[in-house]
Design a protein around this ligand. Structure first.
Ligand SMILES: [Zn+2]
Length: 326
């Protein structure tokens, strides 16, 4: 191998190596650049993801807060509604109409006394069906007002009506006490016929002396009234019979009833008006009487100027002598 060629070859080899090295370095640099770009890209992506997550979280927070506010508002509205309903219900309970019988029990007096109160407008009456009643709050107010007046009147709640079972009361009083309508002997809202047609059982209409069947165009029955008797109309052909008398379905009510019989007689429905919602004012406890057997024995207590004494005060020296012997 010639030396020149060899040297040339050596240089060529060296050049090749250098070129290869450069190429490798370039490849490495390219790789590094690629990795760097990849890393940057990943970083960017993760930042974007984080941003999106933060946005979503914020939106979720806002939504949750909105839901919570809505739920709170709904709960509040429900609570308000319940409170309003309870208040209305309480008011309705407070002003509910009760029978005079219940009111007398609440007032601890005879139903007749309470009825007199109502008739003297001391207790306002609530007109209604089936009977008139008084309001619970008015009775309660009366109990409280009586305890405040001078001298005070203290009512007590009675468990049963304070009236003798055999007490005789008028029917109208019984109706008012039990809050039932007064029964009427005759119901005047229904036209009453005096006589009934014997052929078709219709009522007879009065035309002066002549009485005609209500369904006269078809039945043709006529009768003439002469005093208390019926007679055939002049010119009547065929069989004729006097009209039948009307049957009066009238219940005879007694004027007076015994208190115990009235509910059954009047068909009073079983009702419970409950108890008043107030606490009854009670009389103050009687002042403790000073002990006569062993009074305190300080003379200044006994003979103090009038009105200022705090201890047992005797009305006279004699009374003290009788009690203490000094
Ligand atoms: Zn007829």
């Amino acid at each position: 191998m010639p030396r020149g060629r060899s040297a040339e070859a050596m240089r060529q080899v060296t050049r090749d190596r250098v070129a290869k090295q450069r190429e490798r370095a370039e490849q490495a640099a390219e790789l590094a650049r690629q990795r760097e770009a990849e890393a940057r890209h990943l970083e960017e992506a993760s930042r974007e993801r984080a941003h999106a997550e933060a946005l979503a979280k914020a939106a979720a927070d806002v939504e949750r807060e909105r839901r919570a506010a809505e739920a709170t508002a709904r709960r509040q509205a429900e609570a308000d509604r319940l409170a309003k309903h309870a208040a209305e219900e309480e008011e309705r309970h407070r002003t509910r109409p009760i029978t005079i019988l219940s009111a007398s029990r609440w007032l601890g007096e005879s139903p007749l006394t309470t009825l007199a109160r109502v008739r003297h407008a001391e207790l306002p009456l609530v007109r209604g069906l089936p009977g008139d009643r008084v309001r619970a709050c008015d009775v309660e107010a009366l109990i409280l007002a009586d305890a405040r007046r001078q001298p005070p009147v203290y009512h007590h709640l009675a468990q049963a009506p304070l009236i003798a079972e055999g007490q005789i009361i008028t029917l109208s009083d019984a109706c008012a006490i039990f809050a039932v309508p007064i029964p009427e002997d005759v119901d005047t809202s229904v036209p009453v016929a005096e006589a009934v047609c014997p052929k078709c059982s219709n009522w007879l209409e009065e035309h002066g002396l002549l009485w005609q069947c209500l369904d006269w165009s078809r039945c043709g029955y006529q009768a003439v009234r002469a005093g208390d008797t019926w007679r055939q109309r002049a010119g009547w052909f065929g069989v004729w019979a006097p009209p039948r008398e009307r049957e009066r379905q009238v219940r005879k009510w007694p004027v007076c009833v015994r208190f115990a019989q009235a509910p059954q007689l009047l068909g009073v429905p079983q009702s419970d008006d409950g108890a008043p919602s107030i606490t009854y004012p009670a009389p103050p406890p009687p002042p403790a009487r000073p002990s006569v057997a062993a009074p305190r024995s300080s003379p200044s207590v006994y003979f103090r100027a009038a009105g200022g004494g705090v201890g047992p005060s005797y009305r006279s020296r004699f009374e003290r002598l009788m009690n203490e012997g000094t």
